[in-house]
Ligand binder design. Structure first.
Ligand SMILES: [Cu+2]
Length: 293
């Protein structure tokens, strides 16, 4: 068995093992009865054995017993599903997972989307880790953290799967999916992550890496990412500012005619192929000359 690195994953594994124990118990009973019948009730003569029907205790047994088995499996499944989808515990880290054709972006948020909505605000992004099919992104988590995931997709349905979580959840456009995990202590290391929903031609390249870090390393990594994000913000702000102060160095975006610098030039000096206002007077004469021929 893979060792689950979250408390929730441990629960999934326990449920899975319990289901197999129940299945094997039923299987061993059934196989035992088959073998017993094969060995002790072989055809012994041409004479037909006594023919009977309606054995009420047996009929009741194999109606009631499967219902009991299903009820027990249902109870544990419903109990664990409720626990796995619970978002009650206060998270230490909030991450928005954006699955797109064909990679992932991890936005580390100030608060979860549900929390922001409650406060009537938009969730603020601290920093982002973005990937491409060529450069798979790395999702970084801290040991012992409760991590809240908000899943969103701008295009088609993907599925966010970290095998070491023993859990996956679909990433659906226009549908806010969320779940939480508590990363176990002593799980620092590198794990695989992938898309588990056939989402297009490059689906198989939707891979990412999960890195679980010890608290000290994680905090250093976060500080670095936040500094980088701040630096980027400053640079963007500076670019915008300088663009406003010196319009000449700004980028000339294509706009409606008459607004760009090139259009202004045309207005001042008419191009050679355009008729000058004076020539326009000659046009009717030239046209009538043409008609007279
Ligand atoms: Cu996908």
């Amino acid at each position: 068995m893979p060792e689950p690195i979250t408390e929730q994953g441990q629960r999934v594994l326990t449920l899975w093992q319990g289901s197999w124990v129940a299945a094997f118990a039923v299987g061993i009973l059934v196989w035992g009865l088959i073998v017993w019948s094969v060995i002790f009730h072989r055809k012994r003569s041409e004479q037909l054995p006594p023919q009977v029907r309606y054995n009420m205790p047996i009929e009741a047994l194999y109606t009631v017993l499967p219902i009991v088995i299903i009820a027990v499996l249902f109870y544990f499944t419903a109990r664990d599903q409720t626990a796995l989808l619970s978002t009650e515990e206060a998270p230490d880290t909030n991450i928005e997972v954006v699955g797109f054709q064909w990679s992932w972006q991890f936005n580390y948020l100030e608060q979860s989307k549900a929390e922001a909505e409650e406060q009537g605000s938009e969730p603020q992004t601290r920093f982002s880790v973005a990937g491409t099919p060529e450069h798979r992104p790395t999702l970084v988590l801290r040991e012992g953290d409760v991590v809240h995931f908000d899943l969103t997709s701008p295009d088609v349905i993907h599925s966010f799967w970290i095998p070491a979580f023993a859990f996956k959840m679909d990433v659906i456009p226009h549908q806010d999916n969320e779940f939480q995990v508590k990363v176990k202590e002593g799980t620092a290391g590198t794990y695989a992550g992938r898309c588990a929903e056939l989402c297009g031609v490059d689906h198989s390249r939707m891979l990412f890496t999960l890195k679980v870090m010890e608290p000290g390393d994680y905090d250093a990594w976060v500080a670095e990412q936040e500094a980088k994000a701040k630096q980027q913000q400053l640079e963007t702000a500076e670019q915008l500012e300088s663009g406003v102060e010196n319009p000449g160095t700004g980028i000339d975006l294509p706009g409606p005619e008459g607004e760009g610098p090139e259009d202004e030039v045309t207005d001042e000096e008419p191009a050679a192929d355009e008729p000058a206002p004076a020539d326009e007077a000659n046009v009717p004469a030239a046209a009538s000359e043409e008609a007279g021929r």
